[in-house]
Design a protein around this ligand. Structure first.
Ligand code: GMT
Length: 374
């Protein structure tokens, strides 16, 4: 197949999934064309069958706001025509699904281009619900030839919040468990924590929905009972608030802000426990990457997290904001070696058996075939 993929190219789960999917499809012999305003960050080396097309943006004094949605639609038309695309797969509805709709209309029957939209999270649960976007998101979803959601939760939310009567296929996120795997990383561990200390970790874009301050509050309770360190990976709007809270709790020697990191596997591998106490989370790809590295996960009970984390098996789930309970679960696991090892093993097994890339890419491939034949 000849497939166009549009996603946000910066750090973020939807861009990661889109890029890894494209690479996986290319490995299976499909021609993949990425269309975005910058090279997706996981597309950092040559991959056979993959081409990147940059959406060029010019500035013009009359345009107070950049017209990316329109420039993207024009680029989609150009690539679809010249590369004879069968299908455009857009990740994150806003504005990608709208650009794709427009591109399809512009091609106007000269080519049977199909549009598949994958819903990822805040495109449905947050931004998409804003009055200025809601009608457009609803329309773009209804007009897509195929729609997938990364969890059952997100599918249900889409159908009810947007009053949509359409088949939405649930295709969960995935991870390459050959890459994300427990790795002997003692040298890094020695640099991050003292001998015998446990390491708790959180990775995110530090937005309000992630509740990173809860991560610090959980750690504050745990470190009073267990010698430990907290690693915070990533960056975003809430980082300053988190740094302030860390100093207020006098934890500055125990909480390490590592910023954005490329070598996540090594860092995860030398950690013991992953925390994700989010306010909203349609899937929780960062938690899956941690599970693949053998980390049990302590999460809130929101969104798609319970579809990923098995309570009392691969981790623990608690109500949003219940930092005491989450800390209790963390202490329980970190002080019970046998139980910890069992949870760690089960986490890795669940990532490999249910969410490995080799299991999920064929689901997309089959879904494309179904849409193309419809
Ligand atoms: O929706 C977002 O906040 C951004 C998006 C992204 O691009 O990272 O994250 C969402 O998509 C990820 C990939 O499918 C999911 O793992 C995240 O759970 C989801 N984020 C939220 O629902 C908050």
């Amino acid at each position: 197949m000849k497939i166009g993929i549009t996603c946000y190219p910066t750090y973020g789960g939807s861009g990661v999934i889109a890029t890894e999917l494209g690479k996986g499809l290319a490995l299976r012999g499909h021609q993949v064309h990425f269309i975005s305003y910058a090279l997706p960050f996981r597309l950092n080396s040559f991959v056979e069958n993959v081409v990147f097309h940059e959406v060029e943006m010019s500035s013009y004094p009359l345009f107070e706001f950049p017209l990316y949605t329109l420039a993207l639609a024009s680029k989609m038309v150009e690539v679809a025509k010249f590369e004879h695309l069968d299908l455009l797969h857009v990740h994150y509805a806003i504005p990608h699904a709208s650009s794709a709709y427009l591109a399809k209309q512009m091609i106007n029957g000269s080519q049977n281009l199909k549009i598949v939209t994958t819903l990822h999270g805040t495109d449905i649960t947050l931004v998409g619900l804003e009055p200025s976007f809601l009608p457009l998101v609803k329309f773009s979803i209804e007009e897509s030839d195929g729609v997938t959601a990364v969890s059952r939760f997100l599918k249900e939310k889409t159908l009810t919040n947007y009053d949509i009567n359409k088949d939405i296929e649930v295709i969960p996120n995935f991870v390459d468990t050959q890459h994300f795997k427990p790795t002997v990383a003692n040298c890094i561990k020695n640099r991050l924590a003292a001998e015998g200390e446990k390491i708790m970790i959180h990775t995110s874009n530090f937005r309000q929905v992630k509740r990173v301050t809860d991560v610090i509050k959980i750690f504050d309770i745990v470190q009073k009972e267990i010698p430990s360190k907290l690693l915070l990976v990533g960056d975003g709007p809430d980082r300053s608030e988190c740094e302030r809270l860390t100093r207020q709790l006098d934890l500055q020697d125990k909480v390490k802000f590592l910023g954005k990191q490329e070598g996540l596997v090594e860092i995860l591998s030398c950690s013991d426990l992953f925390l994700i106490p989010s306010q909203s989370e349609s899937f929780g790809l960062s938690a899956l990457e941690a599970m693949a590295c053998g980390l049990p996960v302590i999460s809130s009970s929101v969104g798609g997290l319970p579809e990923l984390v098995r309570h009392n098996e691969t981790g623990f789930i608690a109500e949003i904001g219940d930092v005491e309970r989450m800390a209790k679960y963390a202490i329980d696991l970190l002080t019970n070696q046998k139980k910890y090892e069992m949870f760690s093993k089960k986490s890795r097994e669940r990532a490999v058996n249910v969410f490995d890339i080799s299991k999920i890419v064929p689901l997309y491939e089959n879904y494309y075939k179904k849409i193309l034949e419809a």
